[in-house]
Design a protein around this ligand. Structure first.
Ligand code: UT7
Length: 325
């Protein structure tokens, strides 16, 4: 089995900024509540007509440039998204078209907020066994299109964005361990009820606002802390490492309080957790992807660092991955 590592990253955040003050004018909320309960100050929103593949293509171009790879050289494109351009074709195929990555095999993965970690693990398998010699993975979301802007319990949380990474075989370091988990029994805690084959779109489903994210936040909170901490411990154990060996945690950014509680559980200094939730809110699969890109580009992550990706989301699904940078 080949070792696999990340050789390029890129991100794209749409330019429209939505502040907590803007939300105070839409629903019964306050800047103070949002900051203290979630850590979010602003989030980005797409311009009209911008879809997940548009964001993903922008992020991918930067990642390819960073990796020094031409689009035609790509073997595999995996897009993690819960807001695909269409039910089908896959958003990965739209990305392929946009990049002119004519030689790539393309598909999406559906693993909600853990999607980027799932995509990374899937890509790693293909490269490790030698099926493909490289892969582009993307987490891209336009959550503003599935957010109920009348529901204060959810609309203050989400934002739009995309992050990408290029994976290839590496001589040393790279991905040291991966852990994935799922528990479908808890699917009702976070879902988009309508628009699929269970509840196809009807006038009634639209009137009942079933095409928007439904979330039981309070119940998810405790599970997020438990499962993200557990995934981190399992991935570290598999890598033969301990918490004290971690230089950076790049987590899914659902709530700053989840991450502080996780740090406490793991006895991990909070300064080691890379945060961008204040600027972008929860962007599902794009949160981990953009945080990784920012941490690399800002030189927070340095060569030789031990980096832990850790994510959790609707499904339930979770995943963690230890990488030697
Ligand atoms: O992305 C992966 C999966 N997602 C998660 O893991 C999300 C996990 N959950 C959370 O982050 C938090 O549960 C939330 C941020 C969603 C909510 O925070 P909370 O501290 O759990 O609040 P809560 O739902 O227990 O509500 C507390 C109070 C309620 O009022 P009462 O019943 O105590 O009078 C809510 O109605 O806060 C109220 N509330 C708000 N108040 C002002 C809920 N949303 C708002 C709001 N502004 N936007």
């Amino acid at each position: 089995m080949k070792k696999v590592g990340i050789i390029g990253v890129g991100e794209y955040l749409p330019k429209n900024v939505l502040t907590n003050a803007d939300l105070e004018r839409k629903v019964d909320t306050s800047d103070e509540w949002i900051i203290t309960r979630t850590g979010i100050k602003t989030r980005r929103l797409v311009s009209k007509g911008q879809a997940a593949s548009d964001l993903g293509i922008n992020a991918a171009k930067k990642a390819l440039k960073d990796a020094g790879l031409a689009a035609e050289e790509l073997d595999l494109i995996i897009v993690a998204t819960i807001t695909p351009d269409m039910q089908f074709p896959s958003t990965a195929c739209f990305v392929q078209q946009g990049l002119k990555a004519v030689n790539a095999v393309c598909f999406d993965v559906s693993a909600a907020c853990a999607g980027f970690v799932y995509a990374l693990v899937v890509a790693q398998q293909f490269i490790a066994v030698g099926t493909y010699k490289n892969a582009l993975i993307i987490g891209s979301e336009v959550l503003s299109t599935i957010t109920d802007w009348k529901d204060r319990n959810t609309c203050v949380l989400f934002g739009d964005g995309a992050g990408a990474a290029v994976l290839v075989p590496v001589k040393s370091g790279g991905i040291l361990s991966t852990v994935l988990g799922s528990d479908g029994r808890l699917n009702e805690l976070l879902q988009l009820p309508a628009g699929g084959s269970r509840n196809p779109a009807t006038h009634k489903s639209v009137e009942e606002r079933l095409h928007y994210i439904k979330m039981r936040g309070n119940e998810l909170f405790k599970l997020a802390v438990k499962l993200m901490a557990g995934a981190a411990q399992d991935a570290l154990k598999l890598a033969g490492l301990e918490c004290k060996d971690i230089d950076w945690v790049i987590p899914h950014q659902a709530n700053i309080r989840i991450l502080m509680s996780m740090a406490k559980k793991l006895d991990l200094p909070v300064e080691k957790i890379y945060l961008n939730i204040d600027k972008y809110g929860n962007m599902s699969s794009a949160s981990t992807a953009t945080a990784l890109c920012e941490a690399v580009k800002s030189k927070s992550i340095k060569k030789g660092d031990i980096v832990l990706l850790d994510a959790f989301g609707g499904g339930l699904v979770w995943g963690a991955c230890v990488i030697k940078w």
